[in-house]
Design a binder for this molecule. Structure first.
Ligand SMILES: Cc1cc2nc3c(=O)[nH]c(=O)nc-3n(C[C@H](O)[C@H](O)[C@H](O)COP(=O)(O)OP(=O)(O)OC[C@H]3O[C@@H](n4cnc5c(N)ncnc54)[C@H](O)[C@@H]3O)c2cc1C
Length: 289
């Protein structure tokens, strides 16, 4: 439980962090430390240098800009959970944040650290996929946008290139009648998602589903878009029966993980149950027409 020896430097600005990272390809960014430090203690990660971005205030914010919600990568789970703005314009974000770990984890852990870590049982990836978010990745000389669907590549692997720091998450604000929900089966010890499902539904009239976005975490080596569930919902009148039918497609084309806690079959079953719950909760969250 003692990490291998490493050097530590605190960056005061994003530019400073990016320059340090460009000079030290093996270095790791330290955000809240709630995934990296445990991994270092278990010697699953042995970076020679940690670049601490925890004091860069410019990376911690929640803003509404040009019809978009913009969240800085260093914004903590708790800041998102307690944001009155987000509760009003994008309730899926605070709902997801509130489901993470415990108070200590939510006060230190950051959305950027969670996304960059791409834990297969992490909560944020499901919500970020369901919200069709864009990730802004900064490097020393440029910046690029990565769509949520392209960001999660595999177990603990994202599309971030060496030298890049996730700077911001952008989500287009939805207009009209929408319903959102995140539901999960918590791992009883850690709180991580054994299975977690985020649903983001846009309605036409009272119950007609205009667009459906569903992200699922916990089942597979990375979070994924449940495309078959979305097709079964889009263009249809939604009721409990339709929600159940659509949810039955939750693991279509997906290799489910099995471990000591949950077999692959059990995870597939949970994915269908929690997909139905997420869709139903999202339907119920829509104000009457
Ligand atoms: C007891 C416990 C319970 C937990 N329960 C849950 C849970 O229920 N659900 C859940 O989703 N998570 C859970 N977590 C994980 C927690 O949410 C972490 O905070 C999160 O996964 C990582 O965020 P961090 O800010 O701590 O990142 P760190 O641990 O500092 O970093 C994680 C990784 O991301 C990289 N990184 C960090 N920030 C950036 C960036 N901006 N750009 C590029 N790379 C970056 C780091 O180099 C590192 O590789 C739990 C953790 C603990 C210890």
């Amino acid at each position: 439980m003692i990490p291998a020896q490493f050097d530590y430097v605190r960056a005061n600005t994003l530019d400073e962090a990016l320059s340090l990272l460009a000079q030290n390809e093996e270095a790791k960014i330290l955000a809240g430390g709630h995934s990296l430090i445990p991994a270092m203690k278990l010697r699953l990660a042995m970076p020679p240098l940690l670049i601490d971005i925890g004091r860069i205030r410019d990376l911690s914010y929640i803003r509404e800009v040009d019809g978009q919600i913009r969240v800085g990568a260093m914004t903590t789970h708790y800041q998102i959970e307690s944001s009155d703005l987000l509760k009003k314009i994008c309730p899926l974000l605070p709902e997801c944040a509130a489901s993470i770990g415990d108070v200590q984890v939510r006060n230190k852990g950051t959305i950027g650290g969670s996304l960059a870590h791409s834990d297969p049982a992490g909560d944020w990836p499901a919500a970020i996929i369901a919200l069709n978010a864009e990730m802004i990745a900064a490097s020393k000389n440029s910046e690029r946008t990565i769509q949520a669907d392209d960001f999660f590549v595999d177990l603990l692997t994202t599309a971030l290139e060496p030298g890049e720091i996730l700077r911001e998450i952008r989500i287009n604000k939805t207009n009209g009648r929408t319903g959102q929900a995140y539901v999960k089966m918590h791992h009883p010890a850690s709180g991580f998602a054994v299975v977690g499902v985020a649903a983001n539904l846009a309605f036409d009239g009272d119950t007609g589903c205009k667009k459906a976005s569903v992200g699922i975490t916990g089942v597979s080596s990375k979070a994924y878009r449940a495309a078959a569930v979305e097709s079964a919902l889009t263009g249809h009148t939604l009721d409990d029966q339709a929600a159940g039918d659509a949810a039955s497609h939750a693991t279509e084309g997906i290799d489910a993980n099995g471990d000591l806690f949950a077999s692959a079959d059990y995870r597939r079953h949970l994915a269908e149950v929690y997909a139905r719950r997420a869709i139903t909760a999202a339907m119920k969250s829509v104000p009457p027409a």
